[in-house]
Design a protein around this ligand. Structure first.
Ligand code: SAM
Length: 165
């Protein structure tokens, strides 16, 4: 049950330190069918509804070549999340766990990631399936799915290391 400070049984928050280190820039917005957190999927599905990733015009050239990838990794800022929880008790579970043992949106830096399926490109908008965020969620970054990506740079020695030298 939630208490006055919004914490459930077993949950613990730290004194929020404020945020100053990373100067992230939003590069667009994500348009989804969901306007309430309770309606959002917990994790996106590749057979889920079509969503639109609207990238700011300034980054148009950064999309060059993206059509080569059927799957993309999308990073977004879960902007309605509290950031001070160290212990969390997910509603439907009851067990208390550390924030870093969960994929909860409530984390010190509320970055969400999804692997999405690229369906179509309309100028600077990507039409995708596989998201799980609220309509209007700020976009942080897009990268090719790492399992599809072949680095253009030659491998380094470290790419072959499997044990400590
Ligand atoms: N797939 C991402 C991940 O694993 O990093 C996010 C998973 S998180 C469990 C998804 C949930 O975050 C949604 O079900 C919704 O409750 C919540 N959420 C979605 N958009 C949000 C936003 N803009 N701000 C805060 N919470 C959000």
């Amino acid at each position: 049950m939630a208490q006055d400070d919004g914490l459930r049984d077993g949950e613990r928050a730290i004194k929020w330190c404020g945020a100053s280190d990373a100067r992230l820039v939003y590069i667009g917005r994500i348009r989804t069918p969901w306007t309430s957190r309770k309606d959002c999927p917990r994790q996106g599905r590749h057979d889920g509804p079509l969503c639109r990733i609207e990238i700011d015009e300034a980054w148009a050239d950064a999309l060059e070549g993206i059509d080569a990838y059927e799957r993309l990794e999308v990073l977004y800022w879960l902007d309605h999340s509290r950031r001070d929880l160290v212990l969390q008790s997910p509603r439907d579970d009851g067990a208390t766990r550390g924030t870093f043992a969960l994929r909860s949106p409530m984390r010190p830096n509320p970055i969400g990631t999804s692997i999405v399926r690229l369906v179509e490109i309309e100028k600077t908008t990507l039409i995708v399936r596989g998201l799980d965020c609220l309509d209007g969620t700020p976009l942080l970054d897009i990268k090719p799915d790492r399992t599809l990506f072949i680095p253009p740079a030659p491998p380094t020695r470290g790419d072959y290391e499997i044990e400590n030298p």
